[in-house]
Design a protein around this ligand. Structure first.
Ligand code: NAD
Length: 423
């Protein structure tokens, strides 16, 4: 694909990156300029500053956000991030990527994202609950099972979704399970949701390998991030017979060329709350981690991990983006030139929102599916999306990210055009 009409520059501003990606696709597919203008900006954004009573009796002020990027295809859907560096441009980018992602897997949602600038590791459980409830209350003008349905993201989990659901339900006066997904099974969560994103990552990794004549068993895999996405993906890779040779989290990195016993590592992490000190692997410096030679590199931590600086040294055949936005646009070009296939975030990590959709449907109907039903429906959606993206890549002679955006943006554009511009 010709990048000549698009200005690609290295930046760590995620929203600038998202707009560069959109520009590349607008050029590649000759996108209607009006639709392009609509997609460049979020439809609505809410910033909230709110106080939380801390355990020591002091009052601390926090800032949170909820952004709706585009709602042409359905209610707003997207996770909530609790992280010290969360800011509005990060949330805008994540919301834009959600619009594209929901369209790539063809589920009836628009894109949204939320976040609070805070370090959940430094808050007590009581402080975290009060922060979550007050943030929910502040953004509740946007929320609702037909309006905006949050889910977990970095730094949030099922417990936080339960507090969110309870707070919203208290406000409207009755229990509303469908206002949130990723909630615990005890209050109407879905079987299979916790590991859904990781399962989707493994499914597209398998399909990408198969398409190039490879297979998962014996593939060497490196996973950055050992949370909801990275931990679940690593465990499923391990169970499939692949060799997970290196993993990392915010505290450090581990390496074992013979393959790490991921189930033993998960048990160690549950007990000690860290990967560090695990006896079944050697510690390695985090600086060299992403350049470990492997078949599949799975960034599953945060954005901007593969940049123009380290992309030339990546020695993987495939990068499967478990995280959102782990690769910058200049790094994308370098990887492509070096023959590294990138399976983009808007496809690779769409398993989470797909099972969130299943959870929402189950919550609305109060009728629940077995884990097998959830996993097999997830499998068929991910495989179909992979095939459609691959076919678009062939049709347009482009990389998989551009192809995924062409598939997603075309569906969003069709919805915008079918609904028309009001008034
Ligand atoms: P999480 O909070 O459960 O885990 C994040 C992991 O990354 C932790 O293990 C943390 O220690 C590690 N980490 C943080 N900084 C790191 C660094 N500099 N180097 C190495 N590891 C680091 O978050 P998550 O839900 O697993 O989300 C991870 C990524 O996947 C994010 O980009 C998120 O937006 C994306 N994602 C999540 C979901 C979901 O369902 N949770 C769905 C789609 C995409």
């Amino acid at each position: 694909m010709d990048d000549s009409s698009t200005k690609i520059t290295e930046t760590t501003n995620s929203f600038e990156i998202a707009k560069q990606q959109l520009q590349i696709v607008a050029d590649a597919m000759d996108l209607n300029p009006g639709v392009h203008e609509i997609l460049k900006r979020p439809q609505r954004e809410l910033t909230v500053n709110f106080p939380v009573k801390m355990d020591d009796g002091s009052i601390q002020e926090f800032t949170g956000y909820r952004v709706h990027h585009n709602l042409a295809r359905g209610p707003a859907k997207g996770g909530i991030r609790f992280h010290p560096e969360t800011e509005i441009d990060e949330v805008r980018a994540l919301a834009l990527w959600m619009t594209i992602k929901c369209a790539v897997v063809n589920i009836p949602f628009g894109g949204a994202k939320g976040g609070v600038a805070c370090d959940p590791q430094k808050l007590s459980s009581g402080e975290l609950e009060r922060l979550t409830r007050r943030y929910t209350s502040e953004i509740s003008i946007l929320l609702g099972p037909d309006k905006d349905i949050p889910a977990p993201d970095v730094g949030t989990n099922g417990q936080i979704m339960a507090w969110l659901m309870d707070t919203y339900s208290q406000q409207v006066g009755h229990t509303v399970p469908a206002v949130v997904t990723g909630k615990p099974l005890a209050i109407g969560g879905s079987e299979g949701r916790v590991e859904a994103t990781g399962r989707g990552v493994v499914t597209v990794a398998r399909e990408a390998l198969l398409a190039s004549g490879g297979q998962l068993p014996d593939s060497r895999i490196v996973v950055q991030g050992f949370g909801n996405v990275g931990g679940a993906a690593a465990a499923l890779f391990f169970r499939s017979g692949a060799k997970v040779i290196a993993v990392s989290d915010v505290n450090g990195a581990l390496f074992n060329p013979k393959g790490i016993d991921i189930l033993a590592l998960q048990a160690y992490q549950r007990e000690t709350k860290t990967l560090i000190g695990f006896p079944g692997a050697e510690p390695i410096p985090t600086e060299d981690f992403l350049t470990t030679p492997c078949d599949l590199l799975i960034p599953a931590a945060l954005q901007n991990q593969i940049t123009a600086a380290n992309a030339p040294h990546i020695k993987a055949r495939f990068v499967i983006e478990g995280a959102n936005g782990p690769t910058t646009p200049p790094a994308d070009i370098i990887l492509r030139e070096n023959g590294v296939t990138v399976v983009p975030d808007v496809l690779a990590n769409a398993g989470g929102v797909t099972v969130s959709y299943f959870e929402w449907v189950q919550s609305l109907q109060s009728f629940f599916w077995s884990e097998n039903e959830v996993n097999s429906k997830l499998e068929s959606i991910m495989v179909k999306a992979f095939q459609q993206v691959q076919a678009a890549a062939k049709r347009h002679s482009c990389d998989l990210r551009t192809a995924a955006y062409i598939v997603g943006v075309s569906r969003v554009a069709d919805a915008i055009q079918a609904r028309g511009i009001y008034p």
